[in-house]
Structures are given as structure tokens and as C-alpha cells.
Design a protein around this ligand. Structure first.
Ligand code: FES
Length: 320
């Protein structure tokens, strides 16, 4: 079994166990969030030659060169000497410029910060030692702020304090932007179908506005799925539909999306599909779109991370 050396102690790595799980099993205090390779909260450093493949995804070229890796993705195949990373140096300060409810469960948070981002990417937001990922709904060229749509859970480790105590003018910290779920500018004449569930609509609103801003000439249709059939973003989608003739949307109960696709979008050949939502939703809609003729290379998707199940926490913030 490989040994892990960290802060002058050694720990035995169990079979098929990640570095993060080894450290947590030995009660080592180490920051982490998603346990799925998305939030970068568990970043550590080691000799580059000892780092297995697939555990540096999303890190910058410079971080990779310096031997940074994600402890939750790293299953060591040899002994590893680890160094702590100064996470503080990776974080960017952001000031809350607006905070209001979109509906009784969904918070809109607008942040001012010095960051280059694209609509549809996500950031990791920190309060104290808690990290959660949220997708960006705003468009850098149009909006002077990063806009996040945050589902507020009664026991949400981050969403609850964001909703209850964080106010305009407060300073938060974030990492990012991360991810490649963005508008692709290569074919402005290609019809876009955007399909989102819950706050998965947030990055799609950004992608639609980004496409329109980039003079996308073909039609853009957004299918908004919600558990209750009630869409928290109805107001902004209606406004967008009224102002741009090529944009349209419809809202549906989450269980009806596949039926709508079969009846109203029976041939998706040549169209580009963006999907965002929970793991099961994304998987089934991807399959459905493929069955309806969409090419796999034209299906782009982003899955939420269920922090509750991944992190073993009672804090189901899931808004990536
Ligand atoms: S990337 Fe490892 S905990 Fe999120």
C-alpha cells in the first residue's frame, strides 16, 4: 500500500482510496468541498513525477507545472510526499453588489470582482472553510457583475448563510472561473436547444444572452424544467423573449421534458444542445437527444454536484 507523507506524519493509503479520503480517514484537517474534482478546494502539491493521471483537471498550466493536484481525484500508485497549498493565494475577493430572491427558494447574488469569465462557467464560492460551486448566469461583455442563482436549502451549509446573513457590501472569496460549459461561436447559423432543470437554467440564460450578443443568427430555444413546473426565472426569460425575435422558451414539469422533446423536437440532427441539471437528468436527456438525431459532438452538458451525497454532509447545496 502506498504511504502518504503530509505535515511530518505518514498515513497508509487503502486500496483504491483517494488521497483526500486517506487524510480524512486519519482525521487530518484538510479543506474540501465537492469530492468530485470540480471545486478545487482540496488542492495539494507533490512532485510532478508522482502525480497519477486525471487528477489535475481544470488546474492552470502553471499550477500543473508546479505539481498541484486535486486530492479527491488522486488514487496514488506509489508513496507521495505532499505539501499544503496556500489556498488563500488562489482566492479572489468579491463584493456583494445585489442580493434578492427570485422566488421563495432561489437567491440571486451579484458580485463585483476583478475576474475574466464567460457565461456558463462556474466559480467556487467560500465562506470560512466551506466551498460550493455555482454557475455564472451573467455575460461579461454586458453585465458589470457575476450573477449566481442559488437554490437555498433549509440546512444548506453555504446557501443558508448566503440567504440569511450576507448583505450588500459584504466581501466574499471565490476561486475560478472553471469549466468549459460556454457558448461556442463556431456556427452562428446552427439552431440551439438549451435544456435545464432547476437552477441549471442559470448558465443557459447566460449562454443564450452570450450567443445573442455574438450575433448568433439561428433560433435559440430554452426548455426550463422544474419539479413543480414553476420556473424561478420566468420574468427574465419573458423579457428576453420579448426583446429578441430569435429567442423563445417554455417551462415544463421535469417529468415531461422527454415527452416534449419527442413531440416537438423530433429531429435534432444538426442542432446544438446544451444541457444542465442533476446527474440523472443530464444522463437521460443526453440519451434522448442522441436518439432524436443529435450528434454526440453537438451535445454539451454540465452536471450539478450533489454535495450532500459526495461530501457526506447534511448540506445539499447543488448549484454548479
Ligand atoms: S475538487 Fe476535490 S473536493 Fe472539490
Amino acid at each position: 500500500m502506498p504511504a502518504i507523507y503530509y505535515q511530518e506524519c505518514s498515513y497508509t493509503n487503502a486500496d483504491n482510496e483517494s488521497v483526500l479520503d486517506t487524510l480524512l480517514r486519519h482525521n487530518v484537517a484538510i479543506p474540501y468541498g465537492c469530492r468530485a474534482g470540480a471545486c478545487q478546494a482540496c488542492t495539494l502539491q507533490a512532485d510532478i513525477k508522482l502525480i497519477p493521471e486525471d487528477c489535475q483537471q481544470g488546474l492552470s498550466a502553471e499550477q500543473i507545472r508546479q505539481g498541484y493536484f486535486l486530492a479527491c481525484r488522486c488514487i496514488p500508485d506509489q508513496d507521495m510526499q505532499l505539501q499544503k497549498v496556500d489556498l488563500q493565494a488562489q482566492k479572489i475577493p468579491a463584493t456583494v453588489s445585489e442580493s434578492f430572491l427570485l422566488d421563495e427558494h432561489t437567491l440571486c447574488l451579484r458580485l463585483n470582482c476583478r475576474l475574466r469569465w464567460r457565461a456558463g462557467q462556474y466559480i467556487t464560492l467560500w465562506i470560512n472553510n466551506i466551498a460550493r460551486c455555482y454557475s455564472i448566469a451573467s455575460v461579461a461583455r454586458l453585465d458589470p457583475f457575476i450573477e449566481l442563482h442559488i437554490r437555498v436549502y433549509p440546512n444548506g451549509a453555504l446557501s443558508k448563510p448566503l440567504s440569511d446573513t450576507v448583505k450588500v457590501g459584504d466581501r466574499l472569496q471565490l476561486q475560478g472561473p472553471l469549466g468549459r460549459f460556454v457558448y461556442q461561436q463556431d456556427q452562428p447559423e446552427q439552431k440551439l436547444i438549451l435544456i435545464g432543470a432547476g437552477t441549471g437554467i442559470a448558465p443557459l440564460i447566460g449562454i443564450a444572452r452570450d450567443a445573442i450578443d455574438h450575433q448568433h443568427t439561428a433560433n435559440i430555444h430554452l426548455l426550463a424544467a422544474a419539479k413543480t413546473g414553476k420556473n424561478y426565472a420566468e420574468q427574465s426569460l419573458t423579457a428576453l423573449q420579448h426583446s429578441v425575435t430569435t429567442f423563445s422558451y417554455q417551462t415544463s414539469d421535469i417529468d415531461n421534458i422527454e415527452t416534449i422533446l419527442s413531440t416537438e423536437f423530433s429531429n435534432l440532427r444538426g442542432q446544438k444542445i446544451y444541457i444542465c441539471g442533476g446527474n440523472e437528468f443530464v444522463k437521460s436527456i443526453r440519451k434522448k437527444c442522441f436518439m432524436l438525431g443529435a450528434s454526440p459532438r453537438n451535445i454539451i452538458s454540465e452536471e450539478f454536484i450533489n454535495f450532500a451525497s459526495k461530501a457526506g454532509l447534511d448540506s445539499p447545496d447543488t448549484d454548479l
